[in-house]
Design a protein around this ligand. Sequence first.
Ligand code: PLP
Length: 423
Amino acid sequence: MSDSWTCPASTKASRTSNPIRAIVDKVLANAKPRTDGVSRIPLSLGDPAAFGNLNPPAALTNAVSASALGNSNNGYVPAAGLPPAREAVASYYSTAAVPLKADDVVMASGCSGALELVITAMLNEGENLLVPNPGFPLYEVVAKSHGAEVKKYNLDPKTNWECDLAHMESLIDCRTRGILINNPSNPCGSVFSESHLELIVKLAAKHRLPIVADEVYGGMCWGPKPFIQIADVAAKLGWPAPVITATGLAKQFLCPGWRVGWLVFNDTSFGAIAPIKAGVNALANVVLGASHPIQSALPKIFAPETEEVKKEIADFRAATAATLQANSDFTCSALSAIPGLKVVPSSGAMYVMVEVLTDMFDDSVTDDVSFTGLLLDETNVFALPGSCFGAKNFFRVVFCAPQDVLADAYKRIEGFCAGRMKK
Ligand SMILES: *Cc1c(COP(=O)(O)O)cnc(C)c1O
């Protein structure tokens, strides 16, 4: 027997790694320690609760508090979720064209948990899912952990980050099991038009693929294009392709730490995704779903009993969008005035992507990673390099912070850029 004793980790564990961590840990590890008292401004955190200025509506916090105090919501819930919560969500997302039942909704631990369930239910080893680039890294992390793959279709900054549909179609092969879209987009802050969504539905239908729609930022948009659920577009077209929607409380209700999200199976015409739904239900039995007290508050906000609460929720949504719009406008105008930067305007979610025009900078700024690393060193402002999302030479700004904090950050960025211009 040898003296050393090591317990190896599983293949699945060793296949699991978040690309953001690899890039960010390197930037942070290289950051110089500060002695000058200049505060860190993290424009990197995709967390609306990070600065304390954006909070859930009282109707929701009161409902959660009441459900904890009552001692009647302490037990396990059915794996697919609490029936009244599933019903409330189903009724909220139902339209005449999309009549949903409680059975079409599966609760999960956040939208991430919902995405993990559906991606796991869809993909075998060696099979693939089409995902956006730039995009949220989770899809790839989950697929790869199962030995499956993602194929990345391009979003085009010249068309405000619409999908390059020709590229998307060129990636489809006999092992493709679905097309994932993220609208409104993290990291792009873009919103798809109805006509663009129609083209995606038609492409999915042509290749008999289901659509997985990450709509965790649904309704968080402003500007000329309203948010339209792709399920509604598919319904209008007569359901040429089924849609599985993943969303949750996290961003729309400003409480990501509460960890409640869900899947909605929009399969009203032909049952094509019934096996995936059965698979998700089987997988949901492993962990027994999301927190009971939080789920039990969902009917209060998705099926309010009084007009007063209904109005409170509507006002809350409008106020959140108005704050985000004001911050977005402020951000886009401040950053587009800085030589060396080019902003792709944002009209949704909590993000804007900013291009670093590397040719205008001196030799120290070679790409987005060196730009964000040097910016951190010099100014203590941290933004995620676009490489984390597959967008080299961009950086992502989260504009949730109060405007005085944003103003301070953008002044520092301006000074930094001026000092690094090519002489
Ligand atoms: C934040 C985010 C999620 C995860 O939401 P949780 O409910 O907190 O798990 C999923 N998709 C995108 C695009 C996100 O930005």
